[in-house]
Write a protein that binds this ligand. Structure first.
Ligand code: CFN
Ligand code: HCA
Length: 530
């Protein structure tokens, strides 16, 4: 029996029926590999997913530093989303930075009964008196949708009263099937009400926006460092260390780079339709991926000087990190890994691990869509799913016409020879090998079982499962928060990642622990490790 069947046979028939299409062991059957994704999790299963509010407030709008984000709802959601995601933001000279704060209307039972709009407006009055921000985002939590408070109407009243920008997001936690629906709601609001409202033109010859970069552990800063060194102007970053002030002018940039494909691809496409800005899907995680990305951007502008400068910077950067990378590679070569994160990261980090000689044998996402797994070929099949049909959940990618317009066949061939396959839209499957395991919306039980059967040397995921993994003797690192380390992006980030992984694997602490379930019977746990 293969590992997939071993895992599935432990389920009841109803759960088996549901989970079997979410778990794929690659190339193990005669049919093409497929996976079911972006569907509702089974109630009661310990899924790692977050909610719509987490996707809107926590992921997309929260990191914008000069905007106050107020949670309209009971205090719990505001408290538990306060400072937990590592979207770093630096206060600019004389600028505002509200990222370290948490604002909430603290809705009580009487507010739920009589309505909370008044309380929200009073809260915003207080914010204006104390902080005087230029922009306010209102994010609804579950009860708001049920009692019908109109956060958009409040936002309009605030705009009129104070002459600032205010946007209401109806991102009640229960909407859609995961945080992915919150990304859509956030991005639609930003697209409608912020992008395109400024008129500050970029000064540089070539200007870029970085979309889907949330500056976790400072990743965005490392990307900016490299891009600026080459000579690009960065107009805005969505949304890590980002701001309302810069996002207003995003429509004036020459090109959009899309780093996290899951959370923002449709904004890139909407900006293409509305403002004619092309976009490229990029990856700054891993040395190989960073070099490919930089070359791809330079090729887009078709400027020999820019291409030469790009090669110069790549050579300099490689020179600076190659000894360290070689050392970490010598320590890590032949090791195996498992990766479960929310969206893009599980795929992105495979390339950095590959640079270090580590094979990813188990991978999956919490809430990615089918294209994130299977690649471009299936895009045409993707339809808004039934659970989120009213929020236009779509998946897009640069289409072939884009490349055909820009490059002749001969040029595409030449680029391919140089290792730049700019017309490929890869997913997770094409990067993994026969027998490797891909799991959608993984849960804690499956994580434990796969660690048991596939025996990876290291497991990357999040805070919820980290400690149970380590207690069973397998080192685990968080790829959401980088365990408070980072940056991991770009050239310098790759070295820091190599150091952290080497340090983790060579630390014997976890192997020496005896997990509690080996000595005592626990509810639903294995006894004696079997
Ligand atoms: S920073 Fe991003 S890279 S935005 Fe997204 S899909 Fe989350 S918060 Mo956690 S680490 Fe994760 Fe991605 Fe894009 Fe982060 S893999 S789950 S919603 N994510
Ligand atoms: C979220 C945020 C999260 C959680 C990370 C984790 C993040 O899902 O709402 O579970 O460790 O990156 O902070 O993905």
């Amino acid at each position: 029996m293969n590992e997939r069947d071993l895992l599935l046979e432990k389920y009841s028939s109803r759960v088996f029926k549901n989970r079997k299409s979410h778990i794929s062991q690659l190339e193990m059957s005669d049919e093409a590999d497929t996976i079911t994704a972006n569907t509702r999790a089974i109630p009661g299963i310990a899924t790692a997913r977050g909610c719509c509010y987490a996707g809107c407030k926590g992921v997309v709008v929260g990191p914008m530093k000069d905007a106050v984000t107020i949670t309209h709802g009971p205090i719990g959601c505001a408290f538990y989303s306060w400072g937990t995601r590592r979207n770093k933001a630096r206060t600019e000279e004389g600028g505002q930075n509200f990222v370290p704060y948490s604002f909430c209307t603290d809705m009580r039972p009487t507010d739920i009964v009589f309505g909370g709009e008044k309380k929200l407006e009073e809260g915003i009055d207080e914010i204006m008196t104390l902080f005087n921000p230029k922009c306010i985002f209102i994010c609804s939590t579950c009860p708001i949708g049920l009692i019908g408070d109109d956060v958009q109407a409040v936002a309009r009243r605030v705009e009129k009263k104070y002459g600032i920008k205010a946007v209401g997001f109806s991102c009640e936690g229960y909407k859609g099937v995961s945080q992915s629906s919150g990304h859509h709601i956030a991005n639609n609001g930003l697209m409608r009400q912020i992008i395109g409202t400024g008129d500050k033109k970029p000064m540089g010859k070539y200007s870029l926006n970085i979309l889907g970069e949330y500056n976790i552990g400072g990743d965005g800063w490392e990307e900016e460092r490299i891009l600026k060194k080459i000579g690009y102007e960065i107009v805005s970053v969505f949304t890590g260390d980002g701001s309302y002030e810069t996002m207003k002018n995003a429509h004036l940039a020459d090109l959009n780079l899309v780093m996290c494909h899951r959370s923002i691809n449709y904004v890139a496409e909407m900006m293409k339709t509305k403002y004619g800005i092309d976009w490229l899907k990029v990856n700054f995680i891993g040395i190989g991926s960073t070099c490919k990305t930089l070359r791809m951007i330079a090729e887009y502008f078709k400027d020999p000087e820019l291409l030469a400068r790009t090669e110069e910077v790549i050579a300099e950067e490689l020179e600076a990190v190659s000894d360290d990378m070689e050392y970490y590679r010598s320590m890590l070569k032949g090791k195996t890994a498992g990766i479960f994160t929310g969206g893009s990261r599980s795929h992105h980090y495979q390339s950095l691990l590959r640079d270090l000689g580590v094979e990813t044998i188990i991978a999956g996402y919490e809430f990615a869509h089918r294209d994130d797994y299977e690649g471009r070929d299936i895009i045409a099949e993707i339809k808004p799913d039934a659970d989120s049909k009213n929020i236009e959940e779509i998946t897009v990618s640069p289409d072939e016409a884009f490349y055909k317009e820009r490059y002749s066949e001969k040029e595409l061939e030449e680029l391919k020879e140089k290792g730049i396959e700019i017309d490929t839209y890869d997913g997770m499957f094409p990067d993994m090998k026969k027998g490797y395991m891909v799991v959608d919306d993984y849960n804690m039980f499956e994580t434990d079982e796969l660690i048991h059967s596939m025996k990876p040397d290291i497991f990357f995921s999040g805070i919820k499962d980290k400690y149970s993994i380590q207690k069973q003797g397998v080192v685990s690192r968080q790829l959401h928060s980088y365990d408070y380390s980072g940056p991991y992006a770009g050239f310098n980030g790759a070295v820091i990642f190599g150091r952290d992984v080497t340090m983790s694997i060579y630390t014997k602490a976890w192997v020496l622990t005896t997990p509690p379930w080996k000595t005592a019977a626990l509810l639903g746990g294995r006894i004696g490790g079997e």
